[in-house]
Design a protein around this ligand. Structure first.
Ligand SMILES: NC(=O)c1ccc[n+]([C@@H]2O[C@H](COP(=O)([O-])OP(=O)(O)OC[C@H]3O[C@@H](n4cnc5c(N)ncnc54)[C@H](O)[C@@H]3O)[C@@H](O)[C@H]2O)c1
Length: 437
């Protein structure tokens, strides 16, 4: 594959849906600060990470960004949409993630950035009322308007390539429907204003029709329906989702594999969160919370495999709560109480209190995803990119396999995919060769 990956010439346009939100503004402001040398891209594997090549004794650890032909941070140009008409500086101030003094040196650039009017319907996000919203008689017309936005952005900004990423609010829970089954049914649904087609699906359709790779940072279905997966394959475009893996679930996908690795049993895992930002307010609505809950709950079942280890994991109780608590504002707190048992059934407890900053954890994920998706597109990869599971709470996967949630298996998969792309030997960690005569 190595010789076939064109190098990343020119600029890379990143179109962010939900451009004025906490994650998006933290990503955008961070990107500008990093470009100007005011900050470091901590948390970003593409910027900080290395990759081992060859045998351990060879000591070859190039930086990932030097090993694979990734676009440079300095070549990224930002655009996007939001349902509120404000520039990104005001959006960043309102999100209250970054300190205003850190926004000062980049405020002129942030003020110049302005979203395009959104495709939005309050039916799908009950707690928000968009005021900067497109109008159209059908969902297909709205998709056409988004497609025109993409083309206009491309010609005005002069970018060479584009990627779209959903950092918009979590939509209400949506089950499977026939409209989602094939491209034809989906397109008919767009013409007929089918209720099963959400705004996030309209963005995805527009992105894929315009030739853009697409990532979904929220737990809503969005691109995770057969019609849009098929469309991504037909257009030879990589897609990835769902739901950025940041705070509590990040910890869960590290700790649960440890329990299973050491054959320690689990009686119960109670996770609760308080947060007071807009995301918390949206998730306070039971219909949006249901989408998030599904995404957060599935992780333990898949990692612990109770069907293989009934004595250890058959009846564990798993509860996840998200509580909207305005006084806490943006500073989230996530508690976990984990009841485990070991030798002879003796009980133990683990307590975690993670005072995390969600968007500080999410922003580098946005950067990595857009750079890797741009790379994947140049490499001719299409459809679901399971090697990007590393970044998601609820990773998309082929129908015949279960999702891989263990963070370190995900990391191995990601790095082996990069080695595979570049024609390098995969690393199995067997290591027996060091001990053979
Ligand atoms: N660490 C994290 O913060 C994290 C982790 C996992 C997933 N997520 C998900 O990422 C998303 C963004 O999180 P956030 O904290 O930035 O939330 P936020 O509420 O601050 O931002 C969401 C933004 O999306 C905009 N929006 C909503 N619907 C839109 C539409 N149809 N078109 C365009 N814009 C739209 C809103 O106006 C808002 O500016 C949420 O779905 C959240 O659940 C966040």
């Amino acid at each position: 594959m190595k010789d076939n990956i064109p190098s990343p010439k020119g600029k890379l346009g990143v179109l962010v849906v939900g451009m004025n939100g906490a994650v998006a503004t933290t990503f955008i402001a961070g990107l500008l600060a990093i470009k100007k040398g005011y900050g470091k891209p901590f948390g970003s594997l593409t910027q900080m990470g290395t990759i081992r090549l060859g045998k351990r004794s060879e000591m070859k650890f190039p930086k990932i960004k030097e090993f694979v032909p990734l676009a440079g941070v300095e070549d990224i140009v930002i655009g996007g949409w939001d349902i509120f008409d404000q520039n990104i500086y005001d959006g960043a101030l309102e999100s209250k993630v970054l300190d205003p003094k850190d926004l000062d040196p980049i405020q002129d650039e942030l003020k110049e950035l302005h979203p395009m009017p959104a495709v939005f319907d309050n039916y799908y996000v009950k707690r928000l009322n968009g005021t900067y919203v497109k109008e159209g008689a059908t969902k297909m017309e709205l998709a056409e308007q988004l497609r025109a936005d993409i083309r206009e952005f491309k010609s005005k900004s002069g970018v060479d390539r584009l990627v779209m990423i959903w950092c918009g609010s979590t939509e209400i829970f949506m089950g499977h429907s026939e409209t989602h089954d094939s491209i034809d049914q989906f397109e008919r649904g767009l013409h007929e204003n089918d209720i099963n087609i959400t705004p996030s699906m309209i963005y995805t359709y527009a992105a894929l029709m315009e030739g853009l790779p697409y990532a979904n940072g929220a737990p809503n279905l969005t691109v995770d329906i057969p019609a849009l997966v098929d469309l991504s394959k037909a257009k030879v475009l990589p897609i990835a989702g769902k739901d950025f893996k940041t705070g509590q679930t990040l910890i869960k996908t590290v700790l649960a594999p440890m329990l299973k690795a050491r054959m320690l049993g689990l009686q119960g895992w109670f996770s609760t969160n308080i947060l007071g930002n807009r995301d918390g307010e949206v998730l306070d609505d039971p219909y949006s919370f249901k989408t998030k809950e599904e995404s957060k709950l599935s992780v333990l079942e898949h990692i612990l495999q109770p069907e293989l280890y009934p004595e250890l994991y058959k009846d564990f109780y798993h509860k996840v709560r998200i509580n909207y608590y305005p006084p806490r504002g943006y500073s989230k707190e996530g508690w976990d109480n984990i009841d485990i048992f070991g030798w002879l059934g003796y009980q133990m407890q683990i307590k975690i209190d993670f005072l995390c900053r969600d968007s500080i954890l999410a922003a580098p994920i946005v950067l990595d995803l857009v750079l890797f998706l741009d790379l994947a597109k140049r490499a001719g990869m299409k459809g679901i990119q399971e090697w990007l599971s590393f970044y998601f709470k609820s990773p998309m996967h082929a129908p015949e396999v279960y999702p891989e949630h263990d963070l370190f298996i995900q990391l191995t998969k990601l790095k082996n995919t990069l080695r595979h792309m570049m024609g390098e030997k995969l690393i199995t960690h067997l290591g027996i060769e060091y001990y053979e005569e």
